[in-house]
Ligand binder design. Sequence first.
Ligand code: MN
Ligand code: MN
Length: 467
Amino acid sequence: MNYEEKSQAKLLKEQLLIKYENGALSRSNEELQAADSFCENYKAFLDKAKTEREAVKTAIELLKQAGFSEYNANKKYNPGDKVYSVNRGKALMAAVIGKSGTKNGVKIAIAHIDSPRLDLKPNPLYEASNLGLFKTHYYGGIKKYQWVATPLAIHGVVIRKDGSAVEVHLGENPNEPAFCVTDLLPHLAQEQLSKPANKTFTGEDLNVLVGSRPFKDDKESELVKLNVIKLLNDKYGIIEADFVSAELELVPAYPSRDVGFDKSMIGGYGQDDRVCAYPALMAAINAKDTEHTVITVLADKEEIGSEGNTGSRGEFVRYFISDLAKNDGENINHVLTKSECLSADVNAAYDPTYASAYEALNSSYINGGVVITKYTGHGGKYDTSDATAEFMGKIRNMLDKENILWQTGELGKVDIGGGGTIAKYIAKLNVDVVDVGVAVLSMHSPFEVVSKLDVHMAYRAFCAFLK
Ligand code: MN
Ligand code: MN
C-alpha cells in the first residue's frame, strides 16, 4: 500500500461516508461556550417548570418579557405581531405572524410539557398503623422502583368548595418538608427481590408518606389523618373533599444539575420533553421578520397518548391555526396542507451499559447533535408517522446549511419495544412532520441526562426552522 492509495481512500471516505465522531470534537470553543451558557437558562427553566401548569406559567413570563401579548380572536393581526394563546393553563401556543402570514402554510414546532410522575388519587388521604399516607396513580411510563425511597415534592392546584383555586408547591426548598414512598429493608426483602422488576412494586404500593403525629385528642380515631388535613386546612384552606377537584403531582424534590467532571451534561427531572420545549419556545421568542407565520406549541398529555382537550389529539392547535388563517382570509385546510412541523421530542441516547437494547448504527448518541427521527412506533412501524424522504431531505439540508450538528436515531432495536410522539397527530392534519429533538440517557427516570451541546443544537435547529 503506498501513500497515494491511502490518501485517495481517505478522500473518498470524506466524500461518500457518514463521519462518526464525538460531535464536541468538531465544534469550536465558542460553540461549546454558547451551549454551556444557553443551558444555564435551560436549567433555571427546568427547576421552575416541573409540571405542565408551571411550564405554561414560566413560558408566559418569558413570552411577555419578549413582547408577546395574549391572542385575541377578534383582533386583526399583521406581520411581526407576536401572540400567545393558553389552553386551560396546561398547554400553550406562541406565534409570530409572518410576512406572508398563513398563505403558504405555517411552520410549527410542537413539544410536550408533561412528564411521568405520581398523581394523587381523587380520595388520597388515609391512615394506617399510625402513619398518614396518600394513595397515588402513576402518570405515564415509569419504572416504579425508581420512585421509592427518594424525596418527592407536591406541585399542583386544588379547586376548593367555594370554587377558588389554591396552588400547592411544597418540598423543593430544603427548609420545606419533602415526601416519599417507602421501601422494604433488604434484610426482609427476600421474597420481594425474587420477583421480576415489573412486579417488585405494584401501582397500589406507591403510597406516599405524609405524616405521623396525631391530633391531640384521645377519644377519636384516625388522628394522624386528622392532623394532616388540619395542617393542610391551616396552610391552604382545603378540606378532604377538595382533593376530588385537584391535580396534585409528586415529582422529584431536587433541582437539575451539571453531570460529569467536564460539566458537559445536565441531569434532572422532566427533560422529556422540556429539553425540547424550552429550545422550541426560545426559538419562537427569537424569531424575527419571518416569511411564514411560525408557531411553537407546548402540549400536555403526551405521556398518556396525547389524550384530552389539552393533549395534541385534541383540536386546540387546529382551532388556533384556523383563526390565524381566517385573519388572512385563507382556508384552513389549504393552510394545513402547505404547513410543516418539527415534532420536538426526545430520543433514547445509546447507553453502553445497556448496549444489547440498541442497534448501534441507527441509535442517537450523547454529543451527536440534534436527532432526526424518521419514525417512532414499534415493530413493523406500527403507530407512527413515517416522515417522507422529501421532508427528511429538506430538514437535513436545512441543518447542514446552518452548520448544525445532527444525527439520526431509531428508538432501540426493532421488536424490542418502542415509543410514540406527537408527530402522528400532526401528520393527521395533512402537515409534513418529522421528529427532531435531543438524545436522553435514563429517559423517564427521575434523573434524565442530556448533553449541553445537543440542547443547544436543538435550539439552533428550531431557530433555523422557525424563520
Ligand atoms: Mn417525549
Ligand atoms: Mn416520554
